[in-house]
Design a protein around this ligand. Structure first.
Ligand SMILES: NC(=O)c1ccc[n+]([C@@H]2O[C@H](COP(=O)([O-])OP(=O)(O)OC[C@H]3O[C@@H](n4cnc5c(N)ncnc54)[C@H](OP(=O)(O)O)[C@@H]3O)[C@@H](O)[C@H]2O)c1
Length: 412
C-alpha cells in the first residue's frame, strides 16, 4: 500500500492483494486495501480461485508446508520468506512446483536486504561457484559484536538483540547456528546445483564462546564471527556453520551489529561481496515485493521450467560434485589450558608434531594458579585429523580441560 504507484509502474501485470489470512482478523482490519477479503483460515486464500500467487509468511514449518503444497496443487505461484520450511521441505516443494509448472520465489528467506538469491540465480548464472561464505544471522552477529566491541556478556547482548527485534521468535534458532544452516542449505543448493540437504550441514552456535577466546582473537588479528560457508573441493562439497576466526583484513570481519555480509566466488566473476540488513519487517517486505514484481513481469512467460527457472536443478547430477563431506581443510585456532611448569610446553609440542600439526602462530598467556593458556594457530589441516589429535594434546596439557577449537577463515 505504501509504495503502490512505484510498484505498479514496475509490474507488467498489476498486483492486487485480493485476500489476507491471519488467525486474528481484527489485526488486519483497516490495514488491507479496500475490497480485500480477510479470513482466519489460510486455506480460504489458498483455494480462492481469484488468487494467482500465494504469499506465505507464517514462519511455521508444518503450516507453511501444507499451504505451499496446497497452493501449488491449485496451480498458484508461491512467494515465501520461510527459510526453515524450504530447508526442511524445499526438495519436495520444488519438485511439486516443477510438476505443476509454477514458481516458488524466496528472496526474503535469506539475508533480506541482500539480493543473494537473485545474484546466484541470475548474475552468477554462468559461473561455477566455488565458495559462498557469509554472516547470515543478524542476532548472532549483533551478540558477537557487542561481546567483542563493548565487552558485553552473552546474556545481556542477547536480551538487547531481542529488545531491538533482531531475534527470531525462538532465539535458540539464531544462537545455535540452525537459522544460518537453514539459509546456507538454500544458498548451497542454488550455488552448486545440488539438492537442498540440511542434514549435510554441520552447525555450531555461539552460546559457548568464552570472552577469553574473543580477546585472543583480537590479539592475533581476528574477529570471531558466526560464519556459514559452503565450498567446492576436489572431492565434493563442504558446508557448515561455525564460530570462526575471521582475519581483521577480511571484509566479513567488518560486518558488525545485526548486518549480514556474503562473499561469493565464481570461476568467471571472481569475488563479489554483498552487504546489507539481514532482518526486519520492512526489509523482508521489500524482498517479498521484489519477488512479486519479478513474477508479474514473467507472467506471460512459459513457466514450463517451473522451479528450474528459479535456479533449482532437478536433473541428473554428477554424483561426485553433489556429495557433501564432513572433513574440512583449513587453518584452526586451538586453545589448551596447560600446567604452568617446565616441560609441559615440550610435551604439547611433541604431541602436535606426532599428530602432524604444523604451527603457524603460538601464544601463551592468561594463566592463574599454576595454569596458563596455550594458543596455537595451525597451518591448514583436516578437521578430522585435528579431532583425532585432541585426546593426545589434552593429555600432554596435563589438566584434563577440553581444548577449544575454531576454524580460521582462509582466503575466500
Ligand atoms: N522479520 C524478519 O526479520 C524476517 C527476516 C527474514 C525472513 N523472515 C521470515 O518472514 C516470515 C514472517 O516473519 P515475521 O517476522 O513477520 O513473523 P511473525 O511476526 O511471526 O508473523 C507471522 C504472521 O503469520 C500469521 N500466521 C502465523 N500462523 C498462521 C496460521 N496458522 N494461519 C494464519 N496466519 C498465521 C501471523 O498472524 P496471526 O498470529 O494473527 O495468525 C502473523 O501475521 C517468516 O517465515 C520469517 O522466517 C522474517
Amino acid at each position: 500500500m505504501e509504495n503502490q504507484k512505484l510498484i505498479a509502474s514496475k509490474a507488467r501485470t498489476p498486483i492486487e492483494i485480493v485476500s489476507v489470512a491471519t488467525r486474528t482478523p481484527a489485526r488486519a482490519r483497516g490495514r488491507v486495501p479496500q475490497g480485500c477479503r480477510i479470513s482466519d483460515d489460510c486455506r480460504v486464500s489458498v483455494d480462492d480461485p481469484e488468487t494467482d500467487v500465494v504469499v506465505e509468511l507464517t514462519g511455521n514449518v508444518p503450516v507453511g508446508r501444507e499451504l505451499v503444497l496446497r497452493a501449488l496443487g491449485n496451480r498458484k505461484h508461491v512467494v515465501t520468506a520461510n527459510k526453515a520450511l524450504l530447508a526442511h521441505h524445499g526438495e519436495e516443494i520444488m519438485r511439486r512446483a516443477d510438476e505443476v509448472k509454477r514458481c516458488v520465489l524466496f528472496e526474503g528467506a535469506v539475508a533480506v536486504s541482500i539480493p543473494i538469491v537473485k545474484t546466484l540465480r541470475e548474475s552468477a548464472a554462468a559461473n561455477h561457484v566455488t565458495a559462498i561464505t557469509g554472516i547470515l544471522n543478524g542476532t548472532s552477529n549483533y551478540v558477537l559484536s557487542q561481546m567483542s566491541d563493548h565487552d558485553a556478556d552473552f546474556a545481556t547482548a542477547l536480551a538487547e538483540a531481542q529488545r531491538r527485534g533482531y531475534a527470531e521468535a525462538d532465539p535458540a534458532l539464531d544462537i545455535s547456528g540452525e537459522d544460518a544452516a537453514h539459509k546456507l542449505a538454500l544458498l548451497a543448493s542454488l550455488a552448486f546445483g545440488v539438492p537442498i540437504n540440511l542434514e549435510a550441514i554441520d552447525f555450531e552456535g555461539i552460546q559457548g564462546i568464552d570472552a577469553l577466546d574473543i580477546a585472543f582473537a583480537k590479539r592475533l588479528g581476528y574477529r570471531i564471527k558466526l560464519i556459514a560457508q559452503a565450498r567446492k573441493e576436489s572431492d565434493g562439497l563442504v558446508a557448515g556453520v561455525h564460530p570462526t576466526f575471521v582475519p581483521m583484513t577480511s571484509m566479513l570481519s567488518q560486518v558488525s551489529s545485526s548486518m549480514n555480509g556474503i562473499a561469493v566466488q565464481g570461476d568467471l566473476m571472481g569475488s563479489a561481496f554483498l552487504y546489507g540488513s539481514g532482518a526486519g519487517g520492512r526489509q523482508t517486505a521489500s524482498a517479498v515485493l521484489a519477488d512479486l514484481i519479478d513474477l508479474s513481469n514473467r507472467y506471460d512467460f512459459d513457466f514450463a521450467g517451473g522451479a528450474h527457472n528459479m535456479g533449482f536443478r532437478h536433473g541428473p547430477r554428477d554424483a561426485k560434485d553433489s556429495r557433501y563431506r564432513r572433513d574440512r581443510f583449513g587453518a584452526c585456532y586451538l586453545r589448551l589450558r596447560i600446567e604452568d611448569k617446565a616441560g609441559v610446553l615440550a610435551k604439547v609440542s611433541k604431541a602436535l608434531a606426532d599428530a602432524g600439526i604444523s604451527v603457524d602462530e603460538l601464544l601463551q598467556d592468561g594463566g592463574q594458579e599454576g595454569q596458563t593458556n596455550l594458543v596455537v594457530v595451525t597451518h591448514d589441516i583436516g578437521s578430522g585429523q585435528l579431532i583425532e589429535a585432541l585426546p593426545g594434546l589434552q593429555a600432554a596439557a596435563g589438566l584434563g580441560h577440553p581444548a577449544v577449537v575454531y576454524p580460521v577463515l582462509g582466503d575466500h
